[in-house]
Each structure stands twice: as C-alpha cells, then as structure tokens.
Design a protein around this ligand. Structure first.
Ligand code: TPP
Length: 286
C-alpha cells in the first residue's frame, strides 16, 4: 500500500535534496553520468518514499517490492536515494562513490549495496531479470511488484523484446516497466541515432497498459504511479517524459549532460546547486 501520509510538496523537497546530493556526489567522484541520473530523480523519490513496499531495517524481507535500475549508470542518484531512505550512510556514499575499493562503483552491485535488488550496468538486462523475478514471485504466491527502470536509448537492446513477450505471455500484472524518456542516449537524440517512436504503440502491441507522464513533475509522476499500482489486468509501461540532466544548469536538456566532469569545476557545482534550490522542476520541459 502506498504511503498516503506524504504530500506532493514533501516529495518535491526530497527530489531537490536528491538532486543536490547527486551533484555533490559527482563532484567528489570528479565525474559521472549526471544526465540520466538527474532525469530520473522524481521517479526514484516517489517510488522509494511513497509507493514501494520496503523496509530499510529488513532489506531482504520476502514480500517486499523489488526495484531494478536497469539503466545502472544512473547510480549517481539511485545510491544516494537508497541512503536518504535509510539503507546506507549518506556521507559515506557521497565521499566514497566510485573511489578505489569502494562498495559504491559507477554501476550498482547488489552484493555490496544494502537495498539494491539487482546489479546492473550492462544495458538490456533489467527487464529480462525483472520479468523472471515477477514470475517467480507469482509462483511463490506473493503479492509483490517488480519495477524496472530502463533508459530510452536502452530500449534499442533486443533482449528487452524477449522479456516483453514473456511478460505478456505470463500475464505479469505485477511488473511495471518505467521508461525514462529523456530523449537522448550516449551520442545523440534517440530518434536520430535509432528511431524508437511510436514507443507507446510498441509497448501496447506487446500487451502492456501504457501510461504517460511528465517525469519531472511530481504531481504527474504520482498520478501515473497511482494508476499503475491499481491496474490488475496485466503488465504496465510508464513512459516518463523527462529532461536529461534536469537541474544541471548549462547541460540540462542536452546530450552533453550524459557524462560530465565536475571535479575541477566548483563554480559550476555552486551554480547548479543554486539553480536547483531556486527552480521549481514543474517548469522544466521534457
Ligand atoms: C550493453 C551496454 N552497451 C553500452 C553501454 C554504454 N552506455 C552507458 S550509458 C549508454 C547510453 C544509454 O542511453 P539511455 O538508455 O537513453 O540512458 P540515459 O539517457 O537515461 O542516460 C551507453 C550506450 C552499456 N552500459 N551497456
């Protein structure tokens, strides 16, 4: 059951905090994938603070919901989000992320990170693993949901389409696939590199109920998740229209945000943090 005690404003404040934590973590790590980490912030916050049935004091509880960050390069916001939710020490995450011998590498390792349900980083694997998990949970008679977050560029990986077929075949109504539709992959706009549209019709053709939202507008994200949580007929796909690098002023909405070096740029960091503090993300277009 979602935590209905938390308001949209509280979620928006948590999203601001996570954006700032992500920028500071990148600065300490010297560089990283801030584009795809910042675009997915609202979705991570709404899931971890409102929707997921989880218990940070008991990360392995059997009937928990599972989240797979298939776009594992977004660990720069995912791992600080786990810390904010109580799984990890936030200061340790911020100072040790991607340092030699750290538990917190550039991509998340479920054997080392409390609360992480699946090691990811090699794109195209989260959805197949998630479909298998969702089927396994059903066989066990558990009511848990599996949430898989992929990038949009990641939708070009063929392995996803085998998982979509299986999700439809097994009527996996406990599987929610979220596409972080920030329009850019590593080397350009998705429609120029390898056309994805019409993504909604493709997901529908695979038997998914499609829900669209503005993924950096918390109220919209909340509405989409609420609808997905209550849908019982089959698997759901949320197409979350976002801005790549949302909050990283100077990079936001561009392919340049994909991987940014911030270590030598404390002034850029200060500018980004001030911008995040002052800006209502509801005004950022996807
Ligand atoms: C199998 C695989 N091939 C290539 C990469 C290198 N890579 C890391 S991020 C990325 C682009 C992903 O684009 P998208 O899914 O749109 O992610 P986002 O824009 O949200 O960062 C690529 C190609 C990888 N991690 N895994």
């Amino acid at each position: 059951m979602p935590n209905t005690n938390i308001s949209i404003d509280e979620l928006k404040n948590l999203a601001k905090e996570l954006r700032i934590n992500t920028i500071e973590t990148t600065f300490n790590a010297t560089s990283g994938h801030i584009g795809g980490s910042l675009s997915v912030v609202e979705m991570l916050i709404a899931l971890y603070f409102k929707y997921l049935n989880i218990d940070p004091t008991n990360p392995d509880k059997e009937d928990r919901d599972r989240l797979i960050l298939s776009k594992g390069h977004a660990a720069l916001s995912y791992v600080p989000c786990l810390a904010m939710r109580g799984y990890l020490d936030l200061e340790e995450v911020k100072s040790k992320f991607n340092k030699t011998n750290s538990k917190y590498g550039m991509h998340p390792d479920s054997k080392k990170i409390r609360g992480c349900d699946c090691s990811t980083g090699s794109l195209g694997h989260g959805l197949p693993i998630g479909a298998g998990m969702a089927l396994g949970l059903k066989h066990k008679g558990l009511d848990s949901k599996v949430i898989v977050i992929t990038g949009d560029g990641e939708c070009q990986e063929g392995s996803n389409y085998e998982a979509l077929m299986a999700a439809n075949h097994y009527k996996l109504n406990n599987l929610i696939w979220i596409i972080d539709r920030n329009h850019f992959e590593i080397d350009g706009n998705t429609e120029e590199v390898m056309k994805l549209e019409p993504l909604d019709k493709k997901a529908e053709a695979f038997g998914f109920k499609v829900i669209k939202c503005k993924g950096n507008v918390m109220k919209d994200v909340d509405k989409a998740l609420n609808e997905a949580w209550n849908y019982k007929e089959g698997p759901v796909c949320i197409i979350s229209d976002t801005s790549k690098g949302a909050g990283a002023v100077g990079y936001q909405g561009t392919v340049l945000s994909h991987y940014v070096s911030l270590g030598d740029n404390p002034k850029d960091v200060e500018k980004m943090i001030n911008y995040i503090k002052e800006t209502d993300m509801d005004t950022i277009g996807g």
